[in-house]
Design a protein around this ligand. Structure first.
Ligand code: NAD
Ligand code: TYD
Length: 336
């Protein structure tokens, strides 16, 4: 199978490329990535000389770059490429619309033209907006009600996928996942930022009182979910990917502090995020029941593995934190 992965130099895309190349000796991967601040070819060091792997630097929002990456044609496009960080989308939304909407449209056009046999859209539960309590869940039928420029852009891309299936019968599957965590996550999201700050003896910024909650999935479990959907998913279907491992932000931080031998003086309450969604919770029964997937890594086990990875790979994140990231961090926290 020949797979075009977009955004493969990012956090989850790079984990998925390594997963596929390890598991399927006959598969070929083309990785199309623009190498934004979040793209890092160091994530792919172990596969860069693998003859089954090709890297193409390019932008999914540019149809010529998409054509160049597809070449003679591919069996499937898996679209991981996106601008992904809510706080950045609040500071500067334009790139989100370009990549997450226009980029998705270009990939759909390639599938419609027969250059790829099918496509899997990697999306988020944030398109549904927020739940108000842990027991409430989004299903595949829940209405989109996005809050941030990030989730609104992802919702735009996902709506385009649905429209292409209905209008042109374009073979597409959309996935909505809960929050990812694990090795290689850019140190701007809650867990990766908190671990790296604590390793640097800095405090962890908690927005508001930290009572908001998220549902968490470890890298390996998400890779297995997409692998399952790639091989067994039905075209035109939507699959929610969730674990029901829901934690309040403040409890995530307290668990991290405990695992890292630190006390609660390392928490710094800061100004809340504008339009902050209270909770995300997703119902994964369809994926579990129809396709037989289930998560294997508990939140606490994944957290320990993640801490270990950031401890063992300090060069990886220290390079990031001393570069472009500094500018973002200064903007993000200037109003605190
Ligand atoms: P990431 O931010 O770590 O990486 C994104 C990658 O996309 C980078 O390599 C970047 O260079 C590339 N990219 C950005 N714009 C591009 C463009 N125009 N053309 C080509 N490449 C481009 O991303 P992630 O956190 O691994 O998320 C991957 C996907 O999963 C995204 O679609 C995201 O919306 C979705 N998702 C993320 C989460 C999460 O918790 N991070 C949860 C659910 C869904
Ligand atoms: P984040 O990792 O940005 O993911 P998302 O907002 O897409 O779910 O944030 C997760 C939660 O943690 C969210 O409720 C915001 C909160 N948060 C903090 O409290 N402090 C931080 O420094 C960050 C980055 C997030």
């Amino acid at each position: 199978m020949k797979i075009l992965i977009t955004g493969g130099a990012g956090f989850m895309g790079s984990n998925f490329i390594k997963h596929i190349l390890n598991k399927y000796p006959d598969y070929q991967i083309i990785n199309l990535d623009k190498l934004t601040y979040a793209g890092n070819l160091e994530n792919l060091k172990e596969v860069e000389n693998d003859s089954r792997y090709t890297f193409v630097k390019g932008d999914i929002a540019d149809e010529n770059d998409v054509d160049k990456a597809i070449g003679e044609g591919v069996d499937v496009i898996i679209n991981y490429a996106a601008e992904t960080h809510v706080d950045r989308s609040i500071l500067d939304p334009k790139a989100f619309l370009e990549t997450d909407i226009l980029g998705t449209f270009n990939l759909l056009e390639a599938v419609r033209a027969g250059k790829a046999k099918k496509m899997i859209q990697i999306s988020t539960d944030e398109v549904f907006g927020m739940v108000h309590e842990m027991g409430e869940e989004f299903t595949e039928e829940s209405r989109f009600d996005p809050s941030s420029p990030y989730s609104a852009s992802k919702a735009g891309g996902d709506h385009m996928c649905g429209a292409y299936f209905k209008t042109y019968d374009t073979p597409i599957i959309v996935t909505h996942s809960c929050n990812f965590f694990g090795p290689n996550q850019y140190p701007e999201k809650l867990i990766s930022l908190a671990i790296t700050n604590l390793l640097e003896d800095k405090k962890v910024p908690v927005y508001g009182e930290g009572n908001q909650f998220r549902e968490w999935i470890f890298t390996e479990d998400h890779c297995n979910a997409i692998d399952t959907i790639l091989h067994k998913g039905e075209m035109g279907e939507v699959y929610n990917i969730g674990t029901r491992q829901r934690r309040k932000n403040i409890d995530v931080i307290k668990t991290l502090l405990k695992f890292m031998g630190k006390d609660e003086n390392n928490i710094e309450k800061v100004k809340d995020r504008p339009g902050h969604d209270f909770g995300y919770a997703i119902n994964p029964d369809k994926l579990m029941g129809e396709l037989g997937w289930k998560p294997a890594v508990s939140f606490e086990e994944g957290l320990q593995k993640t801490i270990d990875w950031y401890k063992e790979n300090q060069d990886w994140w220290k390079k990031i934190k001393s570069g472009e990231y500094k500018e973002y961090y200064a903007k993000q926290y200037k109003n605190v």
